[in-house]
Design a protein around this ligand. Structure first.
Ligand SMILES: Cc1ncc(COP(=O)(O)O)c(C=O)c1O
Length: 417
């Protein structure tokens, strides 16, 4: 078989509806300045699908800092990987400030969260080591585990009883191989919005002996008293051994970091293939991230505003009888019942007739028959946005319950690829 025929003939679970939905359900273009109000296909929409939690993406101070840094350094600098020719004092300063913010000895910048996590896992483990991880872990954790040739044990999402039985298995294997145990979970789970039970996991640490790595992509900047994340929220900052955060969400940038003991960060800087064999993070992003971190530290009102919107949205949805699952974070899922036809019509109705743009998730990410709409409240939203949205959702649910979206198939909305 020709490899081209094979690739083109199997688009995978995400690509199966590409011909029906390209440019609309997948790869939609949101235009205009990043904010609560943007444009989709020329029409204004109220946007609930950007991880711009603190509203920093278009904050005037951030825009100013980004522009000044781009003018000063251009986008090319520094040239080369950190280890070879891409080291700067700004990269080192950002690492020192992130480490201090996370109460860790040291931090290391990563060009992308996804690749960084893959490489952290790869760098920390050899074939003797054992991993125990949450079943709903993000793709970057699962893909990092693909590189791990030792044993791994998965536990059902946040199930501490099963976690303990898996850690017992892991201990036996590690004792036999002479390896160690790495537990991996998330701070905020990005789809359901619930928190990893870090405190619960850590209560087993002394008994069984392991190190804990936490991916806090959605928690960094949003959770905890100073925004230091889910480990701060659960009062376990010192007990989390390796903390990972991204700049792609609350920081409204790109890049990521890992923070831990100095000896671990030192080893990672010489072992992480995603960093050794890739160009360094551009200087404007590094200088811009220093400004973003400063904003997180000095403008707690941004986080307070975020949580005012989160509380209004989540309590309003609950009061109106919507199932928003177990979220404990800004991530707000809304669970409805229906198949792919209903899901696409619900989304089209929300966008075309109510001017509301949110993301939708269907099987295989959620069980068959479940439609998950996903809302990301931010500090850039208003209470009026919340009220408009809850009213629109109530109308759409009425239509859904009345069977209005059950026929007619998937709307013909695709752009040409
Ligand atoms: C839990 C989690 N980890 C890692 C990442 C990847 O981060 P980045 O966008 O910086 O590559 C994401 C982003 O979607 C995420 O949600």
């Amino acid at each position: 078989m020709d490899i081209f025929d094979k690739v083109a003939g199997n688009m995978g679970p995400l690509g199966q509806y590409a011909d029906q939905g390209f440019g609309y359900y997948s790869f939609p273009k949101l235009e205009g300045d990043i904010s609560n109000h943007m444009y989709f296909r020329g029409k204004p929409v109220l946007v609930w699908s950007l991880n711009n939690y603190l509203g920093l993406a278009n904050h005037p101070e951030i825009r100013k800092a980004d522009t000044a840094a781009s003018e000063q350094f251009g986008l090319a600098a520094p040239m080369g990987a950190r280890m070879m020719s891409g080291q700067t004092s700004y990269h080192q300063q950002l690492e020192r400030e992130l480490a201090a913010f996370e109460n860790k000895e040291a931090a290391y910048l990563l060009n992308f969260g996804y690749m960084g996590m893959v490489s952290i896992i790869d760098s920390m483990l050899d074939r003797h080591d054992v991993v125990v991880y949450d079943s709903e872990s993000h793709a970057c954790i699962l893909d990092g585990l693909r590189l791990h040739i030792g044993k791994r044990f998965v536990f059902p999402h946040n199930d501490l009883e099963k976690f303990e039985s898996q850690i017992i298995h892991a201990r036996k294997v590690a004792d036999a191989t002479g390896g160690g145990i790495l537990v991996i979970t998330e701070g905020v789970f990005g789809m359901p919005g619930d928190l990893g039970n870090l405190k619960g996991i850590l209560q087993f640490k002394e008994k069984y002996g392991f190190r804990l790595l936490v991916d806090d992509a959605h928690g960094f900047g949003t959770m905890g008293s100073t925004g230091a994340g889910t480990s701060q929220e659960q009062n376990v900052m010192d007990e989390v051994d390796v903390y990972f955060g991204t700049f792609a969400k609350a920081m409204a940038g790109i890049g990521a970091f890992v923070a831990s003991e100095k000896r671990i960060i030192k080893a990672l800087t010489y072992k992480m293939r995603s960093q050794i064999y890739a160009k360094s993070l551009p200087l404007p992003m590094v200088v811009g991230s220093l400004k973003r971190l400063d904003m997180i530290r000095t403008h707690p009102e941004l986080r307070e505003k975020l949580w005012t919107i989160v509380t209004a949205l989540q309590s309003g949805l609950r009061e109106n009888g919507f199932d928003i699952g177990k979220t404990q974070s800004p991530v707000t899922p809304v669970f409805l019942k229906g198949g792919p036809v209903e899901a696409t019509q619900v989304i089209a109705d929300l966008r075309e007739n109510f001017g509301i743009f949110c993301s939708v998730v269907i099987y295989p990410v959620v069980p068959k028959g479940v439609i998950m709409l996903r809302l990301i409240p931010t500090a850039a939203h208003t209470i009026e946005d919340v009220n408009i949205t809850i009213n629109a959702f109530a109308e759409v649910r009425k239509n859904l319950d009345a069977g209005k979206y059950a026929s007619g198939g998937i709307p013909a909305v695709a752009d040409k690829f």
